[in-house]
Design a protein around this ligand. Structure first.
Ligand SMILES: Nc1ncnc2c1ncn2[C@@H]1O[C@H](COP(=O)(O)OP(=O)(O)O)[C@@H](O)[C@H]1O
Ligand SMILES: [Mg+2]
Length: 262
């Protein structure tokens, strides 16, 4: 496995020296190119902060964070992000929302103007993969929460990023919709093989989607446990009832229990 993301003893705090809130403590991990990693841990332990460091939105106080061998400094062109709220712009259609990153980013807007038809075709293709064919011209308010989150995934992937950062993207959805979105995300990843860091509270979601699960301690978050998930792909909802799937979820639940009690 070639290392793509490396965190080497990364520590990060908010605020000034006097009133600093430590959020990430001595986090060390390596993620291979094309790997799907899930990050779980108690609320407020520093998961979003760790994603901010990887995206370049926040800086480590000590230690080094690298993407592809280079220290991360400032925002990264080849990163896509999605969050719990889909945050689609209400005055744009679904298609226009998906195209937004190409229009606004310095790296893409020239190409977007030159090859607009190509980019529009790519956006339509993505919308089709996630099951939103026919909704291209609908406004966000006409879409359900799950459909908005599908569009948000397309928007995160429209520029073909090497790295996708997902911060509890399905947490606000009902259980059935959430499981449908697992399938959608797995399919996108199997097709495009970008690297993923998924932050989630849902251990079944972590085991369904990830090649490896990292467990973080209470704040300030350290990486305390790492569990490979060697289940066959593509994973199915049916397979979540298999013995080895259930055993993995239980093992993770035990670790989270220990971390919370510590
Ligand atoms: N912008 C900020 N300023 C100050 N403290 C923050 C900020 N963002 C997060 N924190 C604090 O840092 C800790 C870790 O936060 P976060 O990374 O959001 O945790 P998680 O995503 O695991 O719930 C929390 O105690 C939180 O209150
Ligand atoms: Mg968070």
């Amino acid at each position: 496995m070639t290392a793509f993301i490396e965190l080497d003893h990364v520590t990060m705090s908010y605020g000034d020296a006097g009133s600093a809130v430590p959020a990430v403590a001595d986090a060390t991990l390596t993620i291979g190119r094309g790997e799907f990693v899930a990050l779980v841990g108690p609320s407020g332990c520093g998961k979003s902060s760790l994603l901010k460091i990887v995206s370049g939105l926040a800086r480590a106080n000590s230690g080094v964070a690298r993407i592809d061998g280079r220290a991360i400094a400032g925002s990264q062109a080849s990163v896509g992000m999605a969050f719990q709220n889909a945050t689609l712009l209400p005055w744009r259609t679904t298609l226009e929302n998906v195209l937004l990153p190409l229009e606004v980013s310095r790296d893409h807007r020239a190409s977007f103007r030159r090859k607009k038809a190509e980019h529009v075709a790519a956006a339509r293709q993505l919308l089709q993969v996630v099951g939103l064919e026919g909704y291209e011209n609908h406004a966000p308010y006409e879409l359900s929460g799950g459909m908005q989150q599908r569009a948000s995934l397309c928007r995160a992937l429209i520029h073909g990023p090497e790295l996708l950062l997902l911060d509890e993207p399905f947490a606000a959805l009902d259980a059935f919709t959430r499981e449908e979105l697992w399938e959608v995300l797995q399919q996108l990843w199997l097709q495009q093989k970008f690297t993923v860091i998924l932050v989630t509270h849902d251990l079944r979601e972590a085991v369904y989607l990830a090649d490896r699960v990292y467990v973080m301690s209470k704040r300030p978050g350290r990486i305390v446990y790492e569990r490979p998930v060697a289940l066959a792909r593509p994973r199915t909802l049916e397979s979540t009832f298999d013995e080895d799937f259930v055993a993995l979820v239980h093992a993770l639940r035990d670790h989270i229990g220990e971390v919370r009690a510590a």
